[in-house]
Design a protein around this ligand. Structure first.
Ligand SMILES: [Zn+2]
Length: 100
C-alpha cells in the first residue's frame, strides 16, 4: 500500500483528519523542525508523533532522521505504531507512506 503524506498546517483540522496527513512541528528555541505529527496511514484515525533528531540533543527516546524536505519528507528508520491498536508498520519515503 502507498498513500501520499499530505502536509497540513494543523493535524487537528478537517484536512488533518485524512489518513496519512502530516504536520511539521517547529522547535520553539531553534526555529527548526522538532518532529512530525501524523494521522495513521491505515485509516484508523490515530494520531502519532515522530521526534526528529536534533544535533546535540539527547531526548532519551526514539528519534527519526529527516532528510530536511518539508514537502515530500523521508524519515528513517521505519515507523512502527506499536502504541496504536492497528500496529501499522511502514516507511515515510519521499512524501509517501509505504506499508511494510
Ligand atoms: Zn492505524
Amino acid at each position: 500500500m502507498k498513500l501520499p503524506a499530505i502536509v497540513v498546517d494543523d493535524i487537528d483540522t478537517e484536512a488533518g483528519r485524512a489518513a496519512g496527513a502530516i504536520e511539521l512541528r517547529l522547535a520553539l528555541l531553534t526555529d527548526g523542525v522538532a518532529g512530525i505529527a501524523f494521522r495513521c496511514p491505515c485509516g484508523c484515525g490515530s494520531e502519532g508523533y515522530l521526534p526528529i533528531q536534533l544535533n546535540g540533543m539527547d531526548r532519551r527516546g526514539p528519534e527519526w532522521e529527516w532528510d530536511g524536505n518539508p514537502e515530500t519528507p523521508t524519515l528513517s528508520p521505519s515507523v512502527f505504531n506499536t502504541g496504536m491498536p492497528c500496529k501499522w508498520h511502514g516507511w515515510l519515503l519521499a512524501g509517501e507512506w509505504v506499508s511494510a
